[in-house]
Design a protein around this ligand. Structure first.
Ligand SMILES: Cc1cc2nc3c(=O)[nH]c(=O)nc-3n(C[C@H](O)[C@H](O)[C@H](O)COP(=O)(O)OP(=O)(O)OC[C@H]3O[C@@H](n4cnc5c(N)ncnc54)[C@H](O)[C@@H]3O)c2cc1C
Length: 385
């Protein structure tokens, strides 16, 4: 069986790996020259590690480690927890890893002859039982086409013409990986925390090699850029927040700061059209507030790979893929939007009330809610028939 994968990001490479190891003849079309992954770090939760295993990839990385949790912008804890608690009952640990390392691990599982870089997918159509993909150098056809070409997917635009375009979430994100400042290392500061302040959030997660992954988010009109640079903008926005945020930002340099406006996709009625399936952000781009968008792309890839192996024919496999993936990813997308709104409250009394409620909740309730997506397994709902 032949498959074409449009887009060689996290989801595209993962499904290419999963199908290749199940004997499929796969071609990945990626518009960038070198399957470059733009971005900084990514959190991978236990469900992502099971998905990676199902597609044959191994990713290392430091587990979260010491205690952490949620704080208010004055540094008072709202919820405290530790890594063991978050991952309790799950085989894998949560880690924050460099996107480059994830990409390298996935690329290693996709044979070189399957990867076509510098190819822009421009459209797609269905001809009988075959899928045809149009690209800037001609056309290719296969038994299966997977649209893994991100939030503005060309495959989705061609075959889901009624689908609403991606929506701006009203928030922009600044991300960076920094060496951990010596002042923090001397003080033994290891915490991972998401800090919630007036209309903004700052996250800080230690990575291996004495680095920290940081992000800041806030409400800004789409398309804006910092007038005197992104680092200056970020320092201004977070200068009076609790330590170690100002110390970490003081150690940053402009070229390390990556800024992206955040978009999400309104719900699609189906992820499958004939022999074509959408996967990852092309199907369900979500706001990053649960750190699950990439993990869900990996889950999609694992589910599709297991489905084609266990189901009697491709049509059944694709139907099961849609039945299993759509409810889960759309529910997580809704939860992510809710989390975005809750974490970015700007009115003081509303923030105080939110924090008070969260402080009175038993910690187990909070951890259970965070860990709810973690128990997923690739074979869920895919009994061999
Ligand atoms: C600020 C931020 C922080 C995030 N943090 C996390 C996190 O911590 N954990 C997590 O799990 N997720 C996180 N996410 C979400 C995660 O980045 C995405 O869900 C994930 O990258 C989706 O992978 P994908 O392969 O579906 O799409 P993409 O990563 O967008 O990959 C699509 C690929 O297709 C290629 N492509 C696009 N169009 C074409 C075309 N026409 N022809 C050929 N190739 C094409 C692109 O070049 C790209 O390589 C975050 C997102 C943001 C914005």
């Amino acid at each position: 069986m032949e498959a074409i994968v449009a887009g060689g990001g996290i989801g595209g490479l993962a499904v290419a790996a999963g199908l290749s190891r199940r004997g499929w003849d796969v071609t990945v079309l990626e518009r960038t020259g070198e399957f470059d992954v733009v971005g900084s770090a990514i959190s991978l939760w236990p469900n992502a590690f099971r998905a990676l295993e199902a597609v044959g990839a191994t990713v290392g990385g430091e587990r979260l480690g010491a205690e952490g949790g949620l704080r208010d912008w004055r540094g008072r804890w709202i919820v405290r927890m530790d890594d063991d608690e978050v991952a309790t009952g799950h085989t894998a640990k949560a880690v924050v890893t460099h996107r480059h390392d994830l990409r390298t691990a996935l690329l290693a599982q996709v044979p070189a002859h399957c990867r076509l870089a510098g190819v822009l997918v421009t459209g797609a159509r269905v001809e009988g039982s075959r899928a045809v993909v149009e690209h800037d150098g001609g056309e290719l056809s296969a038994d299966l086409l997977i649209g893994a070409d991100g939030v503005n997917s060309a495959v989705r635009r061609a075959l889901w013409p009624d689908a609403a375009p991606a929506r701006y979430s009203k928030h922009t994100a600044w991300r960076m990986i920094l060496p951990r400042p010596e002042t923090l290392m001397d003080a033994g500061v290891e915490i991972w925390a998401e800090t919630w302040g007036p209309g903004a959030v700052f996250g800080m997660f230690p990575m291996g090699g004495d680095r920290v992954y940081c992000y800041g988010t806030g409400a800004v009109p789409a398309g804006q850029r910092g007038v005197d640079g992104e680092l200056a903008e970020l320092r201004r926005r977070f200068e009076d927040w609790c330590e170690p945020i100002p110390t970490v930002l003081a150690a940053a340099t402009e070229e390390r700061v990556l800024r992206n406006d955040i978009y999400y996709l309104p719900r699609l009625p189906t992820y499958v059209h004939g022999p074509v399936a959408l996967l990852g952000d092309a199907a369900h781009a979500m706001t990053p507030n649960l750190g699950q968008g990439g993990c869900q792309a990996l889950e999609d890839a694992a589910t599709l790979s297991v489905a084609v192996e266990t189901q009697p024919d491709l049509a059944t496999a694709l139907r099961r893929y849609d039945e299993l993936r759509r409810p889960r990813t759309q529910a997580l997308g809704r939860k992510a939007l809710l989390s975005r709104d809750l974490s970015h409250l700007s009115w003081g009394p509303a923030r105080a009330a939110r924090n008070a409620v969260l402080r009175t909740l038993p910690r187990s309730v909070f951890v259970r809610s965070l860990a709810q997506p973690f128990s997923w397994r690739p074979e869920d709902g895919l009994v061999r028939t």
